[in-house]
Design a protein around this ligand. Structure first.
Ligand code: CAA
Length: 283
């Protein structure tokens, strides 16, 4: 299938990144937010990221303007009426995701593919909120989207092979490697990586070593770009807590049981980089 027009629901950290890489690859992109203030904030982040890319010489000022010219912000689902592919990147809440998929199903043309950027929720549940279940798949990007080179393609038991092939072709076109996985909690990356992050928080909670020494060991001893506690702050402790709970609920594997310290930090509003404080201080 020929994808020309891409829609993105949500212009937060992940949605904004998906908007940026899609427009950079030449797609016309419509991005939806719940209101104008959220849209302005999201677009300001996309513009700032492109400004940085231009300053670093990765794109010219002229290219930057062309990329921005291909992005249209909206607060109405009606603006998805010409989209061939729409990627949902709203909060990790199944009721909200289902509401979005039902609205997309109504607003998008019959041929359009609907994708979710969820990192751990069931894509099949979202597909069931539409009348085009075979055209729904997961496209799970990684943060920061412009930097991370991979996308997990999630195939539900109802997703057609043609739709998976179109998902793969889209990933190729935006210069991302893609991997195919089943619609199971956490897919590949979170199923494996979350265990390490949770085990690290638990070890820190039990007094194994200082946070700095734990992270330094993982960075210099195992060549991780960030230590697991730094990574937890980067992902957001609320998001991490949500993923851990969702994975434990589904898999009943104690490896995913969130540590008490993680829960307390979330209650205290210590959410990591985004709140200015998590395991580390960012103020
Ligand atoms: N947007 C665009 N470019 C960015 C960026 C962003 N948000 N953040 C960093 N970059 C670019 C920088 O411009 C820089 O580019 P140049 O080399 O051309 O100058 C490059 O990335 C390196 O950045 P920095 O020098 O500022 O910092 P760094 O070397 O520490 O790298 C990092 C930053 C890329 C984030 C790196 O620390 C890293 O790879 N961390 C691990 C990230 C990770 O694991 N992500 C997955 C999170 S889990 C997830 O997303 C799944 C989920 O479901 C929860």
């Amino acid at each position: 299938m020929n994808i020309k027009n891409v829609g993105v629901v949500g212009c937060g950290q992940m949605g904004g990144g998906i908007v940026e890489v899609s427009a950079k690859a030449g797609y016309h992109v419509v991005v939806l937010e719940v209101n104008q203030a959220f849209l302005d904030k999201g677009m300001a982040n996309v513009t700032a990221s492109l400004d940085r890319a231009a300053k670093k010489g990765r794109i010219t000022e002229e290219e930057k303007d062309k990329i921005l010219g291909r992005i249209k912000g909206t607060t109405s689902f009606d603006d998805f009426k010409h989209c061939d592919l729409v990627i949902e990147a709203v909060i990790e809440n199944m009721e909200e995701k289902k509401r979005v998929f039902a609205a997309l199903d109504k607003a998008c043309p019959p041929h359009a593919i609907l994708a979710s950027n969820t990192s751990c929720l069931s894509v099949l549940d979202m597909a069931m909120a539409t009348r085009r279940q075979s055209q729904v798949l997961g496209l799970h990007f990684f943060n920061p989207v412009p930097v991370m080179k991979i996308v997990e393609i999630v195939k539900t038991i109802l997703t057609s092979d043609d739709v998976v092939a179109a998902g793969r072709a889209f990933c190729d076109s935006i210069d991302k490697k893609s991997v195919l996985c089943k619609d199971t909690p956490g897919f590949i990356a979170n199923r494996l990586a979350i265990i390490v992050v949770i085990a690290t928080i638990r070890a820190y909670e039990q007094g194994l070593a200082t946070k700095e020494d734990i992270d330094l060991t993982m960075k210099l001893g195992l060549n991780h770009p960030m230590g697991p506690l730094e990574l937890a702050d980067f992902i957001g402790l609320d998001t991490l807590y949500f993923i851990a709970c969702a994975m434990y609920d589904e898999l009943k594997d104690p490896a995913y049981l969130p540590p008490v310290l993680l829960k307390k930090m979330v209650i205290a509003g210590q959410l990591g980089r985004k709140s200015g404080k998590g395991f580390y201080d960012y103020k």
